[in-house]
Design a protein around this ligand. Structure first.
Ligand SMILES: Cc1cc2nc3c(=O)[nH]c(=O)nc-3n(C[C@H](O)[C@H](O)[C@H](O)COP(=O)(O)OP(=O)(O)OC[C@H]3O[C@@H](n4cnc5c(N)ncnc54)[C@H](O)[C@@H]3O)c2cc1C
Ligand SMILES: [Zn+2]
Length: 470
């Protein structure tokens, strides 16, 4: 349009490609790649979860193109076909190894972006060819493109655009997570994603060629809806697995209705959102809304509506269970202790285990309803697994090295309260004098519960240890 207005071009006819039905619109993500239809405007591209979680440098670059009005109209394909040396999205596409799909009436071909953009205003497109899509291979583990930018010599147009890509050699190391904060999803391995930043447990999912397996659901309604959308952008959800019955691991099931089968242990099924003298789980979920998820208020159900169908397990098991999805085996291993129906989900193909609250990584351990002896035995079971990543119930992703610390936390609590009982301290005295608040913060969003945790941990252990002698 700019060329027309300035009389630089005088075409005989103008064709609006957006009107061609066969040219695909939108983003399609499968296990190995993301495909962006030629007529998709930049705004829709950057908002798509598969792009926002996996290609943050492209999002950052696209957001610098023109203004909101331009981005609502302009396509990534147009930006590349325009072949301006100042095209803001080009460096990110180069760094991600993107290719351009080109077709004429007879045939289609794929050209790497670096071979497509030949010079200012010049592309490898032949007469009669149009671009149908741009494809990006999903980044492999350890790849990060954290740095995008441009340097301007004039006020409007950048003269140097750059995007740095790097790959860490040691695949076992944790790498910086560039994912956008809004979705909160971080990538752990090629196919494993988790979220450790919001109030609630660490909800996670694993993608396979046949679909997605979700492990624990976000407690906050808007995060649950967002995670479902992100997970489904990789394929249909086959299973939603819960590692335990505590409200922060299961409440979000409500927002995953119709997304595959819910799978959990009999112990989770029996205790699913059941009130105890210490806690009404529904009230606990409701209490988090004003502070942690105000926008979730609109989709927070009334109590009766929730309990009419909270999306409990359709597949309920005792002992252990193996699920096979898309060439991946998910070993659901009974690891009681923190709760009776506790499981670990071991995914050998990804060298990952999801432990639920058998592991609280660098945050306070809640042990009031627990059987610590069983818990210690379950830590031994987890220790035997050959994995690079331990995805805990709470706190940052860690490794099996941290299991020794978790064991020490449990033993320190038991030993301190056992000594108190030996000295004849009363329940009140024990609660008043034994406190491990200094050791770790409480997981995100629950900082106000520090005293509650210290009190109930000490009191429940005192009750159990004094009951033994009777
Ligand atoms: C006001 C303004 C501000 C801008 N600011 C920036 C900026 O900050 N950064 C930046 O990088 N760019 C900027 N641009 C340029 C911008 O990149 C492009 O105009 C835009 O991305 C092109 O997208 P489009 O879908 O509108 O393509 P069009 O403008 O419609 O097309 C651009 C070229 O690509 C060809 N083309 C488009 N789609 C296909 C296809 N499917 N197959 C074959 N050929 C195709 C067209 O024939 C044309 O030659 C700006 C443009 C304007 C008008
Ligand atoms: Zn928890």
């Amino acid at each position: 349009m700019v060329g027309l207005r300035k009389n630089k071009i005088a075409p005989r006819a103008l064709v609006d490609l957006k009107g061609i039905e066969d040219l695909s619109w939108g983003v399609e993500a499968s296990a190995g790649r993301a495909r962006i239809g030629a007529t998709t405007p930049l705004t829709d591209i950057t908002a798509h979860p598969a792009i926002s979680t996996r290609f943050p440098a492209l999002v950052e670059a696209a957001n610098t193109v023109g203004s909101v009005q331009i981005r609502n109209r302009a396509t990534l394909t147009g930006n590349i076909c325009n072949a301006s040396p100042a095209a803001d999205t080009a460096p990110a596409l180069l760094a991600y190894g993107a290719s351009v799909l080109v077709s004429d009436r007879e045939r289609s071909r794929r050209v790497l972006v670096e071979e497509f953009m030949l010079g200012p205003g010049l592309t490898a497109r032949q007469p009669g060819e149009i671009v149908t899509a741009i494809e990006l291979p999903l980044p492999s583990p350890g790849t990060a493109c954290p740095l995008v930018g441009s340097a301007s010599l004039t006020k409007d147009v950048s003269r140097i655009d750059y995007c740095l890509s790097r790959r860490l050699r040691d695949e076992g190391r944790r790498w910086p997570q560039p994912g956008p904060r809004s979705s909160g999803v971080q990538q752990v391995t090629e196919n494993v994603f988790t979220s450790t930043r919001f109030r609630g447990c660490n909800p996670s999912f694993v993608i396979t060629p046949d679909g997605v397996v979700v492990i624990d659901t976000p407690q906050l309604p808007s995060k649950a809806v967002a995670m479902r959308e992100t997970a489904e952008s990789y394929g249909p959800i086959c299973y939603v697995v819960n590692t335990e019955h505590h409200v922060d691991h299961i409440f979000g099931n409500y927002y995953f209705k119709g997304a595959g089968h819910v799978v959990h242990h009999q112990g989770v099924y029996e205790n699913f959102m059941v009130s105890t003298p210490d806690l009404d789980p529904f009230d606990y979920a409701a209490e988090a809304i004003p502070t942690d998820d105000p926008e979730g208020a609109a989709i927070f159900p009334a109590r009766e509506q929730y309990y009419a169908d909270p999306n409990k397990g359709a597949v309920v098991f005792t002992g252990d269970l193996d699920l096979r999805v898309g060439g991946h085996v998910f070993h659901l291993i009974h690891t009681p202790g923190h709760t009776p129906g506790q499981i670990a989900v071991y995914v050998p193909d990804e060298r990952v285990v999801f432990t639920g609250d058998t592991v609280f990584s660098e945050c306070q351990t809640w042990l009031m309803t627990s059987d610590v002896d069983e818990w210690l035995r379950s830590l031994d079971l987890v220790q035997e697994l050959d994995v690079d990543h331990v995805i805990p119930g709470h706190g940052p992703v860690t490794t099996t090295r941290y299991l020794a610390t978790q064991r020490a936390v449990l033993l320190d609590w038991v030993s301190a309260v056992a000594s108190a009982v030996a000295k004849g301290w009363s329940r009140e005295e024990t609660v008043a004098r034994i406190n491990f608040a200094e050791r770790y913060p409480v997981d995100v969003g629950q900082e106000y519960m520090m005293d509650h945790i210290q009190t109930l941990n000490a009191a429940s252990l005192w009750d159990k240890l004094t009951a033994r002698g009777k």
